[in-house]
Design a binder for this molecule. Structure first.
Ligand SMILES: NC(=O)c1ccc[n+]([C@@H]2O[C@H](COP(=O)([O-])OP(=O)(O)OC[C@H]3O[C@@H](n4cnc5c(N)ncnc54)[C@H](OP(=O)(O)O)[C@@H]3O)[C@@H](O)[C@H]2O)c1
Length: 272
């Protein structure tokens, strides 16, 4: 990891560490976003289905950080997939956010029979300048290969479930080879792995928490990471990860916690 940003293939600089806001109430989202921007975050990851785009937009407007310094991601929900409906859903997201562009618009899940038409809409939105980058989420290699049979623009990002117990090495290797940036969702394993003795022990060496160790593990693996918290102290804690470096042995030890266990659905069998 050489700096705080990863350059996407179109030259756009994407922060490597952002705030995720799934399960943050709309009424709490503005506070969370404002705390994060104060703490140094420059990226917020929301989605239509999180029902908090309004609060996210309010937090952005409340903060003293200029809009152009903030990287905002939102996502196209499954019910809205298809060409016309995706165009409309995007307009609605912008309106709820109160923004005139987003930095990244993602297809949230690979809805069979629909994601290729949705992608055409995203390509058009990208061409209009209202999304500075477009990408996918929860796409396996075969979904991307299938998408590329009709796409003219290759996704710039794939946001997938990754944490120390689901390291996704084969998919990450494919994405790297394709120059598609890898972004991790549920990077802390939704908080379920923060008492793992190996992680706690590594943290003790640096005076850091297991959450900070995991975030560092993502960053040092060139994975963009969006830990969620709605607590000010934890939001700050999760950004305080730029003053220590895990050794290659520690990275390897964390890699070995992998048990290929998903917390979310498999993109090949989701039913929503
Ligand atoms: N594309 C997709 O399909 C998809 C799916 C899931 C998630 N996401 C994105 O990824 C983001 C992150 O994933 P996630 O929200 O599922 O889970 P996560 O970031 O792995 O974990 C969040 C959980 O960990 C707790 N936590 C956070 N920091 C902590 C700390 N320093 N110490 C102790 N506990 C801590 C949080 O509690 P508190 O909030 O109570 O602090 C929350 O319960 C989401 O918010 C969303 O933006 C995308």
């Amino acid at each position: 990891m050489d700096n705080m940003y990863k350059e996407l293939t179109n030259g756009l600089k994407m922060p490597r560490l952002g705030l995720g806001v799934w399960r943050v109430e709309d009424s709490q989202a503005a506070d969370a976003v404002e705390w994060a921007l104060e703490a140094g975050y420059r990226m917020i990851d929301t989605a239509k289905v999180y029902k908090n785009e309004k609060g996210v937009g309010e937090g952005i407007r409340r903060s003293s950080v200029p809009r152009e310094d903030i990287f905002v991601t939102t996502k196209l929900w499954n019910d809205d997939q298809g060409y016309e409906s995706a165009l409309k859903a995007f307009d609605d997201s912008l309106e709820r956010l109160g923004l005139d562009y987003v930095d990244l618009y993602l297809i949230h899940w690979p809805v069979a029979g629909k994601y290729k038409d949705s992608w055409k809409a995203l390509e058009e939105i990208y061409a209009s300048g209202r999304a500075r980058a477009i990408g996918v989420s929860n796409f396996h290699q075969h979904h991307i290969e299938d998408l590329m049979t009709t796409a003219t623009i290759k996704p710039l990002v794939d946001q997938i479930e990754i944490h120390p117990t689901l390291t996704q090495e084969p998919l990450r290797k494919y994405l790297d080879d394709e120059s598609i940036a890898v972004e991790a969702w549920s990077p802390l394993g939704q908080g379920t792995i923060l008492e793992t003795p190996e992680l706690v022990k590594i943290g003790e060496k640096y005076g850091k928490s297991a959450a900070q160790v995991i975030i560092r593990w993502h960053l040092q693996n060139d994975i963009i990471v969006i830990p969620k918290s709605s607590h000010e102290g934890r939001i700050k804690e999760n950004f305080d990860v730029f003053d220590f470096t895990l050794t290659p042995e520690e990275i390897k030890q964390i890699n070995e916690l992998n048990i290929d266990e998903r917390l979310g659905s498999d993109p090949d069998s989701f039913d929503f």
